[in-house]
Design a protein. Structure first.
Length: 523
């Protein structure tokens, strides 16, 4: 700032003013570049990025190496530009000016090659180093030949991916330091990270457009390139905007899906949470299709394609496809009505025909069910039909138990009631028990047992665990009180004379078989 103030405080001769202005501008830009480099490297070192395997700045030595090389290249560029731009005003010939520019460019090439061969962070193989050196020589040759468009395309292909990645890492570190939570924090994080990357790419596209001398007036030209090239560049901007919108939407949806119901939530809050977890994936898919379609139409419009006939043709084509794919349309519409009816949600156990399992996810046309034994069923909505939802509100499990005819039924009823009360008071089962286990009465008189009927009301899914524990406790209580569990038995009876006659007939049969085996062969 002192240098700028001194420069503005005096009235300089025109030539001297031009020289000082060029050199002063080069110095200021050089200092700004170096300060930005120090800041970015400091952020990368302090934020933990250097601990990641993908980081290019794994140590202080590596950061110092890159900072100095970037400073040297920036110095060659800035001071070379300042000196070369001043040489015609100082009456130097064109040959001398080109020689100076050539030497500054050669300095940049030598520095870049030195970086390839001496970078300390990620040593490459000899073949890779040789190919990179050859690539840099080709870029330098393109600059010497005046092929600036080809030069910058080559520079972008080499430097833009790591630059975008590095800027994204630093932006992520800044977003993490902000420590904002909730939807505002998510939006801020996505805007910082994706916005920083998009800004780098947009700046590269704008500079490339400037190098190719693309102006607004060129859009009125009749040459195909006057429309196609700006359309491509505008298409890149449209893709960046679409990516930013999609990432923000996806992050917000993921955040909302990750918010489970709070402890102590009532039934309405649980139902609302489950419904959101069910509908948000479908909304995310629809939003992705919408953003993609709008982006494609925007790019085509920028390329000079008339999109109105495309939209009209797509409508006619959609009608034809609709007639030819009625099953697909049926699946999609059925899914919409299932969602509107709130027939099932993610995490619920349902059964439809021969398919049953826990709902894992949805698409626009099908639902994924995870069977309790592991297999996954992907069922189109159009094939579901009537759905039996086993995870809503409560479930009643009715059980039967066989006791012998000499058992005390009233005592059995009291024991079963006591078991139900103990289970309802158990902290392990109390939260899932709505009505305790109780005996409803005698269901029927069987061939060998009295059939007792019991009932248990629990939350969905908890009845199996409670029922298994109840059977164990009932068996123990019955054994302690002399109540026997009835089992099928078969009684065989008969007189002693019949048994003796049967044994005599068996002995005579064995004797006849023995005599036949000892008889001579041929008689």
């Amino acid at each position: 700032m002192a240098s700028v103030g001194s420069f503005l405080a005096f009235e300089w001769p025109p030539l001297l003013r031009k020289i000082i202005l060029a050199l002063l501008l080069a110095v200021i830009v050089f200092r700004v570049v170096r300060a930005i480099g120090k800041l970015l490297f400091a952020l990368s070192g302090a934020s933990g990025i250097a601990d990641e395997p993908s980081s290019a700045f794994e140590s202080d030595a590596a950061r110092r190496f890159w900072l100095w090389r970037i400073s040297i290249i920036a110095g060659f560029l800035l001071f070379g530009w300042a000196i070369v731009s001043l040489m015609p005003a100082l009456s130097f010939s064109n040959e001398v000016t080109w020689l100076a520019a050539f030497l500054f460019g050669l300095g940049i090439l030598v520095t870049a090659v030195e970086v390839v061969w001496r970078r300390p962070d990620k040593p490459a193989s000899l073949v890779v180093k040789s190919l990179l050196t050859l690539y840099l020589v080709v870029l330098w040759s393109a600059w010497v030949a005046g092929l600036l468009g080809l030069l910058w395309l080559g520079i972008y292909s080499l430097l833009l991916p790591p630059l975008v990645r590095g800027v994204g890492d630093v932006a992520q570190a800044l977003a993490t330091r902000a420590q904002r939570t909730g939807p505002p924090g998510i939006v801020l994080s996505v805007v910082i990270v994706r916005g920083a990357r998009a800004a780098v790419i947009a700046a590269a596209v704008a500079w490339l457009a400037y190098i190719w001398r693309i102006r607004a007036a060129a859009l009125a030209g009749s040459e195909p390139g006057a429309i196609v090239i700006p359309g491509l560049l505008n298409g890149i901007i449209a893709l960046l905007v679409a990516d930013l919108l999609w990432q923000m939407s996806k992050a917000l949806i993921a955040y909302r899906m990750g918010l489970g119901p709070k402890d102590g939530s009532n039934i309405d809050e649980l139902a609302r949470s489950g419904r959101l977890r069910t509908l948000l994936p479908i909304f995310r898919n629809v939003l992705a299709v919408f953003i993609g379609a709008v982006t494609v139409l925007t790019i085509l419009s920028g390329l000079g394609v008339q999109i109105a006939p495309l939209i009209a043709g797509a409508g006619i084509f959609g009608v034809a496809i609709g007639f030819g794919s009625q099953t697909l349309v049926k699946d999609v519409l059925s899914g919409v009505f299932y969602m509107l009816d709130d027939a099932f949600r993610v995490g619920e156990y349902i059964q439809s025909g021969s398919y049953k399992g826990t709902v894992e996810s949805f698409s626009l046309r099908s639902v994924r069910l995870r069977h309790h034994r592991g297999p996954i069923f992907t069922v189109p909505f159009g094939e579901l039909g009537a759905v039996q939802n086993m995870s809503r509100d409560w479930v009643i499990d009715k059980m039967t138990l066989n006791v012998t005819y000499d058992a005390d039924v009233d005592l059995a009823r009291k024991l079963i009631k006591k078991v139900g009360q103990e289970l309802a008071a158990d902290p392990e089962f109390a939260a899932d028990t709505i009505e305790p286990l109780k005996m409803q009465g005698v269901d029927s008189f069987g061939d060998f047992a009295i059939v007792l009927r019991m009932k248990l009301m629990t939350k969905p899914g908890a009845q199996f665990t409670i029922k298994r524990r109840a059977f164990m406790m009932i068996k123990k209580a019955f054994d302690e009180n002399g109540i026997k569990i009835a089992v099928p038995t078969v009684h065989v009876s008969g007189g002693s004379d019949n048994a003796a006659a049967a044994q005599q007939a068996l002995n005579m049969s064995k004797a006849a078989e023995l005599a036949a085996s000892k008889a001579p062969v041929g008689l």
